[in-house]
Ligand binder design. Structure first.
Ligand code: NDP
Ligand code: 2IT
Length: 443
């Protein structure tokens, strides 16, 4: 039997270059040290040693031809991490920074996130180092077709069900689905985030951002606060950020700043979302265009968005985007709450600053679970061959996010860590997966 310390050594030896993966694992193991006193069997039966090792990792060549007729080669990934609770489930990320460490960290987080939703989904993640920026529609289609030509043999509605993530939205899911259907000659609910006329669920587009606000509102209300009238900063301006901003505005908050990788915009009157959506979702332009078209707004191509004073910060762009300097600036400006729409956007040092200064801090694996939860609802609708109304899906999403908040905060309390939602989310998610693994034997 290995001690927790020996297990950590093994993990580091096996994954020496996987910085982001080790960061995600380290946080979970720290939380679990509180569980192991009561439950030594999780170490003795090798549950921990198995849960940190993906069940299967796929890496493959993705060749495609660009508009100039040149052959391009990217690398594709799918990490099927854990299937104790259901088919592997998790998004695909297309971004030049993608490597095996990033896919493993995302797949690992996904196991616990999916467990928290209460739906029957295991954890997985995939993607490619393909950069969609500046590519034509035809290039995107050819890339997606090539990617799916390999992936199709590994996935299926009861095996592994991918979805979107950074760089993968409705357009890419469409091309991926078309190629899967052609290769397998089967109309399966094998991807989520599908178009509404061919198996997609209402609210899936909005779900991560809306869910983030439902979670944040539950957390605030538990502390006799609400989002109403609060000044909010949201990083990113993609799928998660846009619909977080939409729901925040519906809840009476004022979103004053948003960003993309080229910089950030500030609009003290409140972001004009119709304009932002047109720039980002229709024209696929950079964010500075917002400040060109709305004269009272400003664009900043240097410095950090987190240096602006706000009541609530919602990081919705990418991993490790909010550093200790950012956290200190937010604390100096008396930030009330930080809730993650992105996966692991806050560095460990920044989390420590929030927690030691009494800032309400919600980790992504709890607060951004609304996207995958609604994917689970899409799978349920596909299996029943019917579709629910917007109101019905939205109602279920709200209930799931409130349930996650209470589950996570109660678990934190049970383990003597009131308001530490990191501990609460890691332990509550882990216990569900661990019990299923115990019952299913050594597999
Ligand atoms: P999108 O591709 O729609 O948007 C991503 C946004 O983040 C863009 O504004 C992008 O700017 C910015 N961004 C991405 N990478 C970087 C980077 N390295 N530096 C600075 N900015 C960056 O992705 P999503 O909105 O879907 O995803 C955002 C985050 O939310 C990710 O962490 C994802 O894992 C997480 N998430 C997504 C879910 C979903 O359902 N889509 C569910 C749960 C979590 P630019 O365009 O300039 O690159
Ligand atoms: O990080 C995530 O939870 C997602 N990108 C959504 C995954 C999904 O299967 O809907």
């Amino acid at each position: 039997m290995k001690t927790l310390e020996q297990l950590k050594q093994t993990i580091m030896k096996r994954n020496p270059n996987d910085e982001e993966f080790l960061q995600a694992v380290d946080e979970v193991l720290q939380s679990l040290s509180l569980v192991l006193n009561k439950h030594p069997e999780f170490l003795n039966e090798g549950i921990l040693e198995r849960i940190v090792e993906p069940e299967r990792q796929l890496m493959f060549r993705v060749p495609w031809v660009d508009d100039q007729g040149n052959v391009q080669v990217n690398r594709g990934y799918r990490v099927e991490f854990n299937s104790a609770l259901g088919p592997y489930k998790g998004g695909l990320r297309f971004h030049p920074s993608v490597n095996i460490s990033i896919i493993k960290f995302l797949g690992f987080e996904q196991i616990f996130k999916n467990a928290l939703t209460g739906l029957a989904m295991g954890g997985g993640k995939g993607g490619s180092d393909f950069d969609p920026k500046g590519k034509s529609d035809q290039e995107i289609m050819r890339f997606c077709q090539s990617f799916m030509t390999e992936l199709a043999r590994h996935i299926g509605p009861d095996t592994d069900v991918p979805a979107g993530d950074i760089g993968v939205g409705a357009r890419e899911i469409g091309y991926l689905f078309g190629q899967y259907k052609r290769i397998r000659n089967a109309f399966h609910g094998v991807l989520t985030g599908k178009g509404l006329t061919w198996g997609g669920s209402l609210v899936r587009t909005q779900a991560t951002g809306y869910g983030l606000c439902y979670f944040t509102e539950a957390m605030l209300q538990d502390h006799n606060q609400s989002m109403k009238g609060k000044k909010i900063i949201i990083s990113g301006s993609g799928n998660v950020a846009i619909y977080a901003a939409e729901k925040a505005q519906q809840l009476g908050a004022c979103v004053i700043a948003m960003s993309d990788s080229s910089g950030y915009i500030v609009d003290e009157q409140g972001i004009d979302l119709a304009l932002l959506k047109d720039i980002k979702e229709v024209r696929r332009e950079r964010i500075h265009v917002y400040a060109q078209e709305k004269t009272n707004a400003s664009f900043h191509n240097s410095g950090s968005i987190w240096q602006i004073a706000c009541d609530i910060a919602l990081p919705c762009a990418t991993q490790n985007e909010l550093t200790k300097e950012d956290a200190q600036a937010l604390v100096n400006h008396h930030v009330l709450a930080v809730a993650e729409g992105a996966n692991m956007p806050t560095t460990p040092e920044a989390i420590e600053i929030f927690q030691s200064n009494g800032v309400l801090y919600a980790p992504g694996k709890a607060s951004n679970a609304g996207g995958v939860a609604t994917s689970g609802l899409e799978m349920a609708q596909n299996a029943a061959r019917l579709s629910w109304s917007f109101e019905e899906v939205d109602q279920r999403l709200q209930q799931i996010m409130q349930d996650i908040y209470y589950q996570v905060s109660q678990t934190a309390r049970q383990y003597g860590k009131e308001d530490n939602l990191v501990v609460g989310a890691n332990i509550a998610g882990f216990l569900k997966v661990a019990k299923a693994m115990q019952e299913q034997g050594v597999v």
